[in-house]
Design a protein around this ligand. Sequence first.
Ligand code: 5GP
Length: 113
Amino acid sequence: MSTIFTKIINKEIPAAIVYEDDQVLAFRDIDPKAPEHILVIPKKEIPTVNDIDEADAALVGQLFLAAKKIAKELGFADNGYRLVMNCNEDGGQTVHHIHMHILAGRRLNWPPG
Ligand code: 5GP
């Protein structure tokens, strides 16, 4: 089932896009949890990490490569950042279209609450 992220991919609703290629889109989170909070998503609809297939392996790799590029371009690669993917209810997933959170711009606590 489609989510709000499909509407962002299709430019039906606005988002602050920081990166786009033919397979991946990245945009600023509407409710940031850190000074820099970006969501990196595949354009393909995959609801949760549980739904990733072997055939998606390269696509999932593209999410990491996009995150790395974004971190460099936005200038926080050297200071550091956190990549997070939440899965289902206990993981805190609210949008069922897989997304990698990039969090940066402050010292992040570990472990998360
Ligand atoms: P999750 O909780 O599923 O891991 O993360 C979903 C994220 O999507 C949340 O951090 C939430 O703030 C963000 N989000 C939800 N709806 C929108 C939206 O319409 N636009 C943007 N830019 N972010 C959204």
